[in-house]
Design a protein around this ligand. Sequence first.
Ligand SMILES: [Zn+2]
Length: 177
Amino acid sequence: MADVVDKSTRSRMMSGIRGKDTKPERVIRSALHSAGFRYRVHVSDLPGKPDLVFPKYKAVILVHGCFWHRHSNCWWSTNPSSNSEFWAIKFAQNVQRDAQNILDLRKLGWRVAVIWECALRLPQKGKIVSAIGAWLESERRSLTLPKRSDIRRPKGLEAKSTKAVSQRRRDERKPLH
Ligand SMILES: [Zn+2]
């Protein structure tokens, strides 16, 4: 299938995503669709029912919520203060299942991108979608966004995050000497 737009038009369209209250998956879908990428959604005959499947690019995108899928070092990956044992088991199962699904997808020859939900809360979210587009057109096996160095504390979240997380963050900010 031929691309429906040229490269410069595509990157212009991809940098224009808006709508801060929109569901992350929908934001990614609509930006990629506008950019001319075609995909299937929630394909149930593939491991883990990937959110977006791009047969032409032999690629899948998993859009992961930071809390449920346990995005490490992320401000949205908080720890509930009650029923901690229940949550620990639940989270471990989620992480295990995700890892297995990614392995199974790779075994079937799929390239796998994991896009954490917080990527779309970053100021540079336009770049995130451009990076997904560039990855789709590349031959790279995997992609994870946001990059670790781009994860940052969002405004106003400190009050909502648990003590444990806040303490960990404070420790990380301490000078090394
Ligand atoms: Zn995150």
